[in-house]
Structures are given as C-alpha cells and as structure tokens.
Design a protein around this ligand. Sequence first.
Ligand SMILES: CC(C)(COP(=O)(O)OP(=O)(O)OC[C@H]1O[C@@H](n2cnc3c(N)ncnc32)[C@H](O)[C@@H]1OP(=O)(O)O)[C@@H](O)C(=O)NCCC(=O)NCCSC(=O)C[C@H](O)C(=O)O
Ligand SMILES: [Mg+2]
Length: 290
Amino acid sequence: MSAPDPTIRPRRSALYLPASNARALEKARSLACDVVILDLEDAVAPEQKASARDAAVAAVQGGGFGHRELVVRANALDTEWGADDLAALAAAGPDALLLPKVSDVDTLRAARRALGNGIPLWAMVETARGVVNLTDIVDAAGEVGLAALVVGTNDLAKELRCRPGATRAPLLPILSQVVVAARMAGLVALDGVINVLDDEAAIEAECAQGLEWGFDGKTLIHPAQIAPANRVFTPTAEEVAWAETIVTAFDVPEHAARGAIRVEGKMVERLHLEEARRTIAIAAAVQARQ
Ligand SMILES: CC(C)(COP(=O)(O)OP(=O)(O)OC[C@H]1O[C@@H](n2cnc3c(N)ncnc32)[C@H](O)[C@@H]1OP(=O)(O)O)[C@@H](O)C(=O)NCCC(=O)NCCSC(=O)C[C@H](O)C(=O)O
Ligand SMILES: [Mg+2]
C-alpha cells in the first residue's frame, strides 16, 4: 500500500455532542470517530450557552483528541450568543468552526470578520435560502476560508415541511446539490444526521446512501453510530485491490502514452487512475490511524 497522503484526511464519522455534556466530551477523546463537533447551538439550552462555550474553549485548549479533528459549532451571529462564541473560539483555535444555518455569503463574510484569519469555516446547509444560494456560497469559498459543507437534515425537514422517512426521498435533490456544490469548489461534503439511535441496520443503510450520493462522511449524534459510518466510508479491500490493479496497469511502459486501456475486461481511463489513487490514499490514511 502507498504511503499516506497528508492532504487526504478521513472524515467518515463526525460526531456531534453538546459541549455542555462533560461526560460525552470526555468520552469523545477516545471514540473511533474521525471528527468531533462540540455543539454550542441546538443541543445546548439557552441557560447553558455560556458555560457550554467555556467548556468548548477548555476542551480545545486542553486537547487530548488525538487524530480526531476538533470542530466547534457556534451559535449564529444573529443570535445573542454568536458574537461571544466567535470571539472565544478565535482565541482558542479549534481545527474548524462550523456555522449553523448559513443562508448567504454575507453570513460567512461576517463570521470571517469576527473570527479573523486562520480557522477554517465549515458551513451548515439547512435553510431553504442556503440551498438556493449554494453556488454563491461555494464561489466565495476561497475569499472566506470555507472548507466544508455539512447538511442539516433536521432543520431542512422542518423548514421545508417535508417528511424524509427512511428513504429520504424529499431530501435527495438537496443532498445531491450539496455534493455538486462542494465538488465544484473542492470542499468536503458531510451528510446530515440520522436520529435513529438503536437500529444499526437503519444507520448503516443511511450511511451507505450518503456514500452512494457522493458524501465524504456522515454527521452523527451517538457513539453507536460511529462503527457503521466508519465501515461504510472506508474503502473495501476489493476497492483497494481494484485501485491498485488500475495503478499497476497504467505503470506498464506501453501504456504510458495511452488515455484508455483494457483492464480485466473493462475500459479504464486516466480519470479512473485519479480515482484509484484517491481510494488508495484514503485507505492508507484510515490504516495509518488504526
Ligand atoms: C441523543 C442523545 C440525547 C441520547 O442520549 P442518551 O440516551 O443519554 O445516550 P446513551 O445513554 O445511549 O449514551 C450512552 C453513552 O454514550 C455517551 N454519549 C451519548 N451521546 C454521545 C455523544 N453524542 N458523544 C459522546 N458520547 C455520547 C453517554 O454519555 C453514555 O456514556 P456512558 O456514561 O459512558 O455510558 C445523546 O446521544 C446526544 O445528546 N447526542 C448529541 C446531540 C447533539 O449534539 N445534537 C446536535 C446536532 S444534531 C443536528 O441538529 C444537526 C443539524 O443541525 C440538523 O438540523 O439536522
Ligand atoms: Mg440544524
């Protein structure tokens, strides 16, 4: 297997937890998720907002999350807590700051001004206006330091008054739009949460749906959801073997000037070689952290 590519970071499983929950926060330091998202927004009651902010800052400063990317979801800037959240987090320096309910580029610009430079922004797509403005939002990614789009399926279902159910049919066009927008700008795309806690088959099925639609990983709300997400978003042994077969086939000197070749009865082009290299790099990065 090739050496890990430092630019390829697995984000198969991104676990939210209320920053006000000290037990969950401690536990997250040893869970097998790739990303920990300390929530200051919807999972925290208004009377706990200030203490949750302090706990998030202490967690960022205290560290101990190992390979896990540490992200904090702040309150929106148009709430009474948003400005204080961003000021505190600008000083603490999490790996990224997740902004909820991003509806337009101005929201991101305001957050960037409040945060200063340096900390990447992740944006939640969970409002109708945010979906409609996706192109403008990702077009400004470089300007505002936007690195990821994260779907908020609960807020979307509420705002659209749709009923996603197990198939998520009413949300599928939006999931696709988010992936298209993310790929257009070279951003990470994370699928929304599943509220089911105890049905592993249902959790795994929804992770698989997210993978099929192009997401890099899934946001989660409970430790029991981590294993299914990691399983689904890790390239399988067969996928890695096929990727290595493609790389080996293009390494043959007589294929050096060829755009398309035959491999095991299939046409393979250089675009597949790029995909194969990415698969191998992701698998290596996953293996490196085990
Ligand atoms: C959903 C929960 C409220 C369930 O809580 P509970 O029934 O108490 O959990 P368990 O008893 O099963 O917990 C077992 C142990 O696991 C720990 N735990 C639970 N959840 C987490 C977690 N998220 N991270 C880390 N550890 C966790 C418990 O402490 C137990 O540990 P132990 O004491 O050792 O037994 C609860 O899971 C929860 O609060 N989840 C997170 C909720 C959240 O953050 N929501 C905000 C994001 S979701 C969202 O809104 C996305 C988006 O904006 C949208 O619109 O869709
Ligand atoms: Mg939400």
